[in-house]
Design a binder for this molecule. Structure first.
Ligand SMILES: [Zn+2]
Length: 215
């Protein structure tokens, strides 16, 4: 289709330990403890404005219930500050960035992305850009890789009913690794369809053997 641009975002979980605490990624037995939170929007530090989406979510007056599991701690409950980032997860993200010909950033900083659906007890998700401006060679030509990110996964939704959403903390904080293909292909869809499938498959399988985990 003429003028069409397509970008892909690929997520993989890393089997390295959670990103900001030393809890394992495996294990999901319930401990019998549950707690509840509600959303209270506050003014932004940028101009004192209120996030419209947060106000909308508050007006829904939903209660978020969290199931504590044997692979979660006070960090997942947002009762303790995050620990230092998991070194093995960071090194894996750097290795994948290099395999995808990305420029690895000299300083890797974590950003906070507002989350209003209760899927994170903090109300935000921590994400870091590790690599940028890479590429992968394909039979159809070179496909750009915009960014490689390392971020914490959201809590797993268990059920949703009137006015209440229940999440399990077993998945919260697992480091997903994220590749974003550049949305820069115009016209023929064949290049996007191929999208370096074989080479990307090989790279991701390589890192799966070295600590990756299928989502
Ligand atoms: Zn933990």
């Amino acid at each position: 289709m003429r003028g069409q641009k397509i970008g892909l975002e690929i997520h993989f979980q890393l089997n390295t330990g959670k990103l900001f605490c030393r809890c394992p990624v495996e294990g999901h037995q319930e401990t019998g403890t549950r707690f509840w939170r509600t959303l209270i929007p506050v003014q932004s530090e940028m101009g004192g404005k209120m996030d419209r989406a947060a106000i909308y979510e508050r007006n829904r007056s939903r209660v978020f219930e969290y199931i504590v599991t044997d692979n979660s701690c006070l960090v997942e409950m947002d009762e303790e500050p995050p620990h230092e980032v998991d070194r093995k997860a960071l090194l894996t993200a750097i290795a994948v960035s290099r395999a995808l010909h990305c420029d690895v950033l000299p300083v890797i900083s974590y950003m906070r992305k507002v989350v209003i659906d209760g899927s994170n007890t903090t109300g935000f998700q921590r994400t870091a850009v590790v690599g940028m401006d890479g590429y992968i060679e394909t039979s159809q030509g070179r496909v750009g890789i915009s960014t490689v990110c390392l971020e914490e996964d959201a809590a797993r939704k268990v059920k949703e009913e009137a006015g209440r959403v229940t999440y399990s903390l077993d998945r919260l904080g697992i480091p997903p690794h994220r590749n974003i293909n550049r949305a820069g292909h115009k016209g023929r869809g064949s290049r996007c369809g191929g999208c370096g499938e074989h080479r990307l498959h090989c790279i991701l399988h390589w890192f799966l053997r070295r600590g990756g985990r299928r989502p």
